[in-house]
Design a protein around this ligand. Structure first.
Ligand code: ADP
Ligand code: ADP
Ligand code: MG
Length: 667
């Protein structure tokens, strides 16, 4: 076994690898960028080496520097994590050339699976079922059009070099094909430097089911069952679970065999994932087709660890050091059910626009044990840390395990309720909403689940004004009691009449001004009148700092954090933000101030959909920006005329930079 490894990554995956290495008494070397000088992954490792600037191309993608760091520290092997250099065959080869073990498959396997079109040609030969489509070399637009017409509509155009849910276009009818092809090729060349595409039948109501495979250097290969990753937004996974609901033993064996055949066709070594798109037929039958192979550890590997009780990073290290696979196929078993939720810095209500900021509050649920635990948290951040625009928007992963799917689901919801983040927008409440949908609860899974449940998932307010206001007031009163700053008989904003004293609180809640009246009765009891609800308010502080509150017929345990002039209220049924009006911070709307259209976050201008002089209608797309691996469309805030474009496509912009000027049409 290795004595020392270098982890060529950051964030949660670097911390994850370091945890297993530590358990196995292997020393670790971290690498880091400017933005990560104090990051958790640096602290999690025994040594660290500085790489350069914050942008990935100046640090985590500089492989000569990483190899030098490995040499200088005496590391014997390099773990690439996922993203960055993990699927770069040149880097894998450079490691070998430098006498280092790349903890992953051989460069030839990465290359063979790197392009979706080429890998499909290989899979066809290996007898792995493919989605009906075209994956040839000839990229003549007329030929591609004929192929799409032959396959039928809706069809999907995919960038062969694509990944991360990018470079895909669904085409509804033949007449739309040419335009979609041009736009897909443009995105492909911009994002991946290669405009080759393939065409697939667009499977309706599909499920994404993938198989975890593992190969060793002795020619053995096993599969560690499946994960269902159907719940996606923008073709990116948000919830993943294992086993896949409704999976039969026969289909599992068939898919497992196909995945192993795929891996063997490229002499695969180490951890890999074969992704299948699954067509659901009436009567419960399912057809599966090869989609792509990811030649690395997957973000969602912990659900497989939870149901098998194994540590896949340990397996990676054993296999990379030449040991045979620790278990044979027949020794692998599924225990219970596991679900993972990806907690991302983003705003679900604004088309999942990535968010940045400081983690002013970051409280996690109580974790239990490590592998196959009931609740596991994988993260690489801590309270006070920054979510910067340079890297992925994933903050943490919550992984739960239960005897049954229902148990795991209930546990995940409870764990999400205990995840308190303030300072950065997140999808935590959105995820709770998804778990609560009928589709998810009944395991009626497919990639359109979020779209289908739109009505109940967006712009939700789980708490409501009365409870939010009661929580904020309770927090204020308890703080006053503790510090004796404002009592019921203080004259400042109270008044007395007929033995009661009242205080009026003004709030901003969901963009509207609201008032609440608190009355102190002569026996010391309180009543609150807010949002059409009126009744006694009883509160107390629990030992851990939580507030216990009884109001409006309910008894609640809540956490209230006062940050940025607002109370951030977390209760069992959800979380919300309510601001006492006198302390309201006037945060400007960064997207549209008058005729200026500014960048909502730092990033790259991908394209403009308009030019100076164009007349535009409210809501019309004007520009596309890319930040944190997501594209975001900037739309016109009103009808008007474009005056001037301030940048050229491809340019980097800072947050708040003016992207273009427009003159609104007078109403
Ligand atoms: P997966 O199926 O594993 O999600 P993708 O093809 O979507 O595979 O890409 C890998 C994922 O890992 C993406 O979500 C990407 O943004 C994310 N990612 C890459 N590197 C890191 C990292 N260091 N920390 C957190 N997430 C990362
Ligand atoms: P990436 O490399 O970006 O992960 P994939 O080929 O794995 O690209 O596809 C990503 C997602 O797009 C899938 O998980 C699925 O939701 C959807 N998708 C891909 N191919 C098809 C298809 N032929 N029909 C319907 N949906 C598809
Ligand atoms: Mg994929």
């Amino acid at each position: 076994m290795f004595k020392k490894i270098l982890i060529a990554n950051r964030g949660e995956i670097a911390c994850r690898v370091a945890a297993t290495a530590r358990r196995m008494a292997i020393r670790t070397v971290a690498v880091y960028s400017d933005a990560d000088a104090n990051a958790n992954h640096v602290r999690a490792c025994d040594e660290s080496v500085y790489l350069g600037g914050s942008a990935p191309k100046d640090s985590y993608l500089r492989w000569e520097k990483i190899l030098e760091a490995a040499k200088a520290t005496g590391a014997e092997a390099v773990h690439p994590g996922y993203g960055f250099l993990s699927e770069n065959e040149e880097f894998a080869q450079a490691c070998a050339d430098a006498g280092l073990v790349f903890i992953g498959p051989p460069p030839s396997a990465i290359k063979a699976m790197g392009l979706k079109a080429e890998s499909k040609q290989l899979m066809e030969k290996a007898g792995v079922p493919l989605v009906p489509g075209y994956h040839g070399h000839d990229q003549d637009p007329a030929l591609l059009q004929r192929e799409a017409d032959r396959i039928g509509y809706p069809a999907l155009i995919k960038a062969s070099a694509g990944g991360g849910g990018k470079g895909m276009r669904v085409v509804e009818k033949s007449a739309d094909f040419a335009a979609a092809l041009a736009s897909c090729q443009r995105e492909a060349i911009n994002s991946f430097g290669d405009d080759a595409v393939l065409i697939e039948k667009y499977v309706q109501r599909p499920r994404h089911i993938e198989i975890q495979v593992f190969g060793d250097t002795h020619g053995d290969c096993v599969y560690l069952f499946e994960r269902d990753c159907s719940v996606q937004r923008r073709h990116q996974k948000v919830l993943e679970e294992a086993p896949a609901p409704g999976m039969t033993e026969a289909m599992r064996a068939e898919m497992g065999a196909a995945a192993v055949a795929a891996a063997k066709a490229v002499n695969y070594v180490g951890a890999g994932t074969v992704e299948f798109i699954v067509e659901q037929r009436d009567g419960g039958a399912m057809n599966f087709f090869f989609m792509e192979m990811n030649t690395r550890l997957q973000v969602e590997h912990p659900v497989t660890e939870a149901i098998t009780g194994l540590d896949l990073v340990e397996w990676q290290l054993r296999v990379a050091s030449g040991e045979p696979l620790p278990l044979k196929q027949g020794e692998l078993k599924i225990h219970g059910h596991a679900i993972e939720a990806r907690i991302c810095a983003e705003n679900p209500d604004n088309n999942f626009l990535p968010a940045t900021g400081t983690l002013q509050v970051y409280r996690k649920p109580q974790a239990t044990a490590f592998e196959r635990s009931a609740v596991r948290i994988d993260d690489g951040v801590r309270e006070g840390g920054e979510i910067s625009p340079f890297y992925d928007s994933m903050i943490a992963k919550l992984i739960v395990h239960g005897a049954t799917r229902d148990e795991a689901l209930a546990r995940l919801d409870a764990a999400l309720a205990q995840t308190h983040i303030v300072g950065v927008q997140t999808n935590v409440q959105f995820l709770r909403g998804v778990l609560a949908t009928e589709s998810f609860a009944k395991a009626n899974l497919d990639t359109a689940l979020i779209e289908r449940e739109r009505a109940v998932l967006f712009d939700r307010e789980p708490l409501g004004l009365p409870l939010a206001a009661a929580a904020s007031i309770a927090r204020t009163l308890l703080d006053e009691r503790a510090t004796n700053t404002q009592g019921p008989f203080s004259q400042r904003d109270g008044w007395r009449s007929l033995g009661t004293t009242a205080r009026i609180f003004a709030f901003e809640f969901r963009g509207e001004t609201q008032t609440a009246t608190l009355r102190y009765l002569h026996d010391g009891a309180l009543t609150l009148d807010v949002g059409g609800v009126s009744g006694p308010l009883v509160m107390g502080r629990l030992p851990g700092g939580q507030i216990e509150l009884a109001f409006n017929g309910g008894r609640h345990r809540i956490d209230v954090y006062e940050r940025q002039g607002a109370a951030h209220v977390f209760a069992d049924q959800g979380a919300t933000r309510i601001a006492a009006i006198d302390r309201l911070a006037h945060a400007g709307d960064s997207q549209a101030e008058g005729g200026r259209l500014t960048a909502p976050m730092p990033g790259k201008v991908v394209s403009f959909a308009v030019k100076a002089g164009d007349k535009v209608a409210k809501g019309q797309p004007l520009a596309v920006m890319e930040a944190m691996k997501m594209e975001h469309t900037i739309a016109a805030p009103a009808d008007g005329t474009v005056d001037e474009l301030m940048f050229a496509p491809g340019e980097q912009v800072t947050e708040g930079a003016e992207l273009l000027r427009m003159v609104a049409t007078a109403a």
